[in-house]
Design a protein around this ligand. Structure first.
Ligand SMILES: [Ca+2]
Ligand SMILES: [Ca+2]
Length: 93
């Protein structure tokens, strides 16, 4: 999901390389390791840092009708402005 690219000196950048979905995974915990001279050995000590990435929610789900399909009847000669039906829907965001 994430890729760390080191600049070869003192810094690295964490890139997103996959699709995030808040409804499936809300948090990622990464272990980022830094070492001197590349491969970690006893001669080249390392430092490890935990990086927590929180996924924020966006409203990316379509709303759903609470009762679909729905049939209703309205008397002829009903006055205009009469509330015939109040529909509701919900969305999980
Ligand atoms: Ca989603
Ligand atoms: Ca969402």
């Amino acid at each position: 999901m994430f890729e760390v690219v080191a600049d070869g000196f003192e810094a690295g950048t964490i890139f997103l390389v996959g699709e995030l979905d808040y409804e499936l995974e809300r948090e990622y915990v990464l272990q980022v390791c830094a070492s001197n001279e590349g491969e970690p050995t006893s001669a080249h000590p390392t430092a490890t840092q935990t990086v927590t990435v929180s996924v924020t929610d966006e409203n990316d789900n379509s709303p759903s009708c609470t009762i679909c399909p729905f049939h209703m009847s309205v008397d002829e000669n009903s006055g205009t402005g009469m509330a015939a039906y109040m529909h509701s829907a919900y969305s999980v965001n």
